[in-house]
Write a protein that binds this ligand. Structure first.
Ligand code: FE
Length: 333
């Protein structure tokens, strides 16, 4: 737990003791890191006077905490990444339905809960990264093709314990069926020559260093490395452009079931889908705005346009248990 987290927690305790029920304050539990959320919170406070208290932690501890606190939770809003996690929060009964014309107008339905319990706020593509020194991009085509023999010993994978890969697998199960998905994963696992990675950044660095030639990563991790090292010998490739498109996932938020100030929380969530908030929320992490009326920032747009999968991201949660079992069975560690 960081110092900032402790300070925020102390502030929460104080609020609880003094019982500021009418105060214009909201409490957010966020699994997104502080430096990614603070700028947008500060702008909201500046514009409306509503103070945003927050704590940051991993999604699992935050969800466990919300469940344990039940009706006593101080949290009004839950922010996390990946539809798999948001779906989980919905399944656990931690969120409430929010019918909002603003949110429905700003965020395409494929990036929202079908029960209106959460909405996407930014988009990230989970795509193919390749070595610009050892791979001709003309030899790349689809996620499926990374199971081909030509990638024997050349593929890097991140652990299947990470929700990002669970969501990718879940959407493949939905689109391709179990047999085909199993065949692809078997091929991927067979094509890895180096140990499974614990994060996308070290995977990208391994491609740059020549340990492997291709991998599957979230776009913003590449963006961060490229910003630090413009000469990095890695580039992004957009797969499946002739069929379903690139796998896209979200970061997002939902109003908690036991929010003390649900109307204020909804207003804040609505504002997060508007242009001025989206510009910060997406751009600060080199993500794409979830509001489809807005273009991405220049550095993100520079990666080129692509066709994104239009599948409901909710599928990532719905089929997550099957995805985990399949990856386990095929020894994707
Ligand atoms: Fe991430």
């Amino acid at each position: 737990m960081s110092c900032k987290t402790l300070v925020a927690t102390a502030a929460l305790a104080l609020t609880a003791v003094t019982g500021f029920a009418q105060a214009k304050e909201l409490v957010v539990y966020s699994s997104r890191q502080e430096h990614l959320i603070r700028p947008v919170f500060e702008l909201y406070t500046e514009k409306t006077g509503v103070k945003i208290n927050y704590i940051t932690d991993g999604e699992a501890p935050l969800m466990a905490r919300l469940r344990a606190e039940g009706a006593n939770t101080p949290a009004d809003l839950f922010i996390t990444v990946d539809a798999g996690n948001l779906w989980q929060a919905e399944e656990m009964g931690l969120l409430r339905s929010v019918k909002s014309d603003v949110i429905e107008a700003n965020i395409p339905s494929q990036y929202r809960s079908s029960n209106s319990q959460w909405t996407g706020l930014s988009l990230r593509a989970r795509t193919i990264a390749y070595s610009t020194e050892r791979v001709d991009p003309d030899t790349l085509s689809t996620y499926e093709a990374l199971a081909d023999e030509q990638w024997q010993g050349r593929l890097c994978l991140r652990t299947s314990k990470k929700v990002y890969n669970q969501s990718l697998t879940a959407t493949m199960l939905e689109t391709l069926g179990e047999e085909k998905t199993a065949e692809i994963i078997r091929g991927w696992v067979a094509n890895t020559s180096v140990p499974i990675f614990s994060n996308d950044t070290s995977l990208l660095q391994a491609i740059d260093a020549g340990q492997c030639d291709v991998g599957i990563v979230n776009t913003y991790y590449f963006g961060r490395l490229e910003k630090d090292n413009p000469d990095i010998n890695v580039a992004l490739f957009w797969p499946n452009q002739d069929d379903r498109g690139v796998h896209v996932n979200i970061s997002g938020a939902g109003v908690t079931r036991h929010a003390k100030q649900p109307q204020e929380a909804i207003k804040f969530l609505e504002w997060l889908t508007t242009e001025e908030a989206q510009r910060i929320f997406a751009d600060v992490n080199m993500e794409f705005p979830a509001n489809d009326q807005l273009p991405p920032a220049d550095d993100v747009a520079a990666w080129g346009e692509f066709k994104a999968d239009t599948i409901d991201v909710e599928i990532a949660g719905r089929r997550q248990p099957e995805a985990i079992m399949l990856m386990d069975r095929l020894r994707w560690n």
